[in-house]
Design a binder for this molecule. Structure first.
Ligand code: NAI
Length: 339
């Protein structure tokens, strides 16, 4: 069976995922594309032999669409995901699931009412080989009970449209999701403090930021978000347990010795760093759709949790570093909880 995918939003990541579904993943074909920019939709659709649709509602309703991929702007995600659930079609939604906790809960309630999981949210780090190795080490018990996690998320530079709240909402949100999954634990509070600001930033931006999270089991997480670090795109994560520690491997890069120097390259962007993770994410999503099974990746509940926790971090930033409790509803049994 070939899964026929309809794509809502043919921008940067939408086009990258269309390429992935066309050239990398077997068992999938993009049959439909829509975008607010009709000319862009037509051009992208034509490039892969798909049909351009005037609206997302038309695309979701199409008999040529088995599953929906949402890669439009964040504030529009909930509307498209709710449409796919109403049509009973599996839907992959790039992060965020929605930009407000209320909209995330609307999706959660619609999916529960439907009665089985249809939604996967695009947190791709869970599909990265290094994070998966860390998860195996933690699950094996070899480093004992985790106590502390040290993380860094660094980008070389950001443009002037990047503002201080985006450090939590767009950047740290990836650590928030992957650490909940790695530790199999919930984040219950957030605190954000700002050290001396780099001079290499736009004046409106607080950069770097140091974020502290605490989990329900008392694990403490510190995360440096530094989006104008100049030298490269660098993701670090080290979990310290009672009997040892586990550290995320750096991406493979040749070690060069010349002219009295020993060096290896640092990647410059997230696309290269997580290319394999995105490929695996889509292979596994298409496999679940092909099998008629529920998706195994991040759920609508995970999307809700990530939005609530990043909102708490933004509130802390805006209140000069107060510790802010993540105001999360109890997790329903439908999503593996007890409520
Ligand atoms: P973009 O601005 O390049 O593309 C978005 C496209 O969606 C545009 O062509 C726009 O016209 C279209 N669009 C917006 N609203 C629409 C609607 N209601 N119906 C149809 N089309 C609509 O944005 P980009 O960078 O591709 O990001 C898209 C989403 O993907 C964002 O939510 C972003 O956070 C997420 N993303 C996730 C990444 C990850 O690491 N997992 C990386 C990059 C983006």
């Amino acid at each position: 069976m070939t899964v026929r995918v309809g794509v809502i939003g043919a921008g940067m990541i939408g086009q990258d995922h269309i390429r992935r579904l066309t050239d990398v993943v077997t068992g999938a074909r993009v049959t439909a594309v829509t975008d607010l920019d009709a000319a862009r939709a037509a051009e992208v659709a034509a490039s892969v032999g798909a049909t351009a649709y005037p609206t997302s509602a038309d695309l979701i309703a199409s008999p040529d669409v088995d599953a929906v991929l949402v890669t439009s702007w964040g504030p529009t995600h909930a509307e498209h995901v709710l449409g796919a659930i109403a049509a009973g079609k599996p839907v992959f939604c790039e992060k965020p699931l929605a930009t407000t906790a209320e909209d995330c809960l609307r999706v959660v309630e619609a999916e529960r009412a439907y009665g089985r999981r249809l939604v996967q949210v695009g947190f791709m780090r869970r599909f990265d080989a290094g994070y998966r190795q860390m998860k195996q080490v933690l699950a094996s018990g070899s480093i004992g009970t985790p106590l502390i996690v040290h993380c860094a998320h660094r980008n070389p530079t950001v443009g002037d449209t990047y503002h201080s709240a985006m450090a939590a909402q767009d950047t740290a949100v990836h650590e928030i999701d992957v650490l909940r999954w790695l530790l199999d634990d919930e984040i219950v509070s957030a605190q954000v403090i700002t050290p001396r600001a780099t001079s290499k930033r736009f004046a409106h931006l607080k950069d770097p930021q140091i974020m502290y999270f605490e989990t329900a089991n008392g694990v403490r997480i510190d995360l440096e978000v530094f989006v104008n670090c100049q030298y490269g795109y660098d993701i670090q994560c080290e979990t310290v347990g009672e009997d040892g520690l586990v550290r995320l491997p750096d991406p493979a890069a040749a070690h060069v010795r010349t002219a009295g120097q020993h060096s290896s390259a640092v990647l410059q962007d997230w696309k290269a760093r997580f290319a394999d993770a995105f490929d695996t994410e889509f292979r596994e999503w298409i496999a679940s759709v092909t099998a008629g099974a529920e998706p195994t990746g991040p759920s609508a509940w995970d999307g809700y949790a990530a939005t609530v926790i990043s909102d708490a971090a933004v509130r802390s930033l805006e209140s000069d570093g107060t510790v802010v409790t993540a105001d999360m509803k109890p997790r329903p049994t439908f999503y593996g909880g007890t409520a």
